[in-house]
Write a protein that binds this ligand. Sequence first.
Ligand SMILES: CC(C)(COP(=O)(O)OP(=O)(O)OC[C@H]1O[C@@H](n2cnc3c(N)ncnc32)[C@H](O)[C@@H]1OP(=O)(O)O)[C@@H](O)C(=O)NCCC(=O)NCCS
Length: 184
Amino acid sequence: MVNMGERNPKIEHWPEEAITENEDRLLREVLSTCYQGPDDWMFPTRRYWQEPPQHRWWMRGPTGAIISQIAVHDKVIGSPIGDLRIGGVGLVCTHPDHRRKGYVRLLLTEALQWMKQQGMSFSLLFAAVDAYSSSGYIPINNPFHQFDFRTRQWVTKLMPKAMAAPLAGIPWPEGEIDLRGMEF
Ligand SMILES: CC(C)(COP(=O)(O)OP(=O)(O)OC[C@H]1O[C@@H](n2cnc3c(N)ncnc32)[C@H](O)[C@@H]1OP(=O)(O)O)[C@@H](O)C(=O)NCCC(=O)NCCS
């Protein structure tokens, strides 16, 4: 549901290299509030999960704190139809006091528009909850060749939470995908 009646906070797009000490702290605060699972030990001290993204979109609350954010990995992956430039979405989070106001959907709208302008063919993500169907993501069931951060080995496995959004009119390919790195 998109927020009605209230004015939505302004969306900011930040390339990762522009992030200052202040924004780094604000990101760690919101990420460590939203992510508290066993694989999320890093967020109090580090603003990314396995690999740093290249871009962020976020909104701030009245005090300047970051209240909702998404990150995008600008990646080339291998597929049976050739290499594909994708926008890998991760670190999706909204502070518990600001959820269900459509903020993630608004951030995704901006980021997907930017990905299209960059000429990316798909956006890809691994969803812990399905907050993405309304933004055009559909579940996919390819095997993914990837570096498993838990076992520190290259593996090929199905990713039941994988979803893709087509951005260039090409249908998502069937068959093995080479992530050329880790899950994001
Ligand atoms: C999941 C999360 C990011 C949603 O943020 P949000 O700003 O509240 O999301 P939005 O209000 O923009 O909702 C977007 C869509 O997702 C749905 N949605 C939101 N939270 C959901 C949840 N927990 N379970 C299922 N669907 C959810 C909304 O109904 C909405 O659907 P619609 O567009 O069809 O109406 C937020 O709850 C969060 O930070 N959770 C903890 C971290 C996490 O799990 N991140 C996601 C990892 S994939």
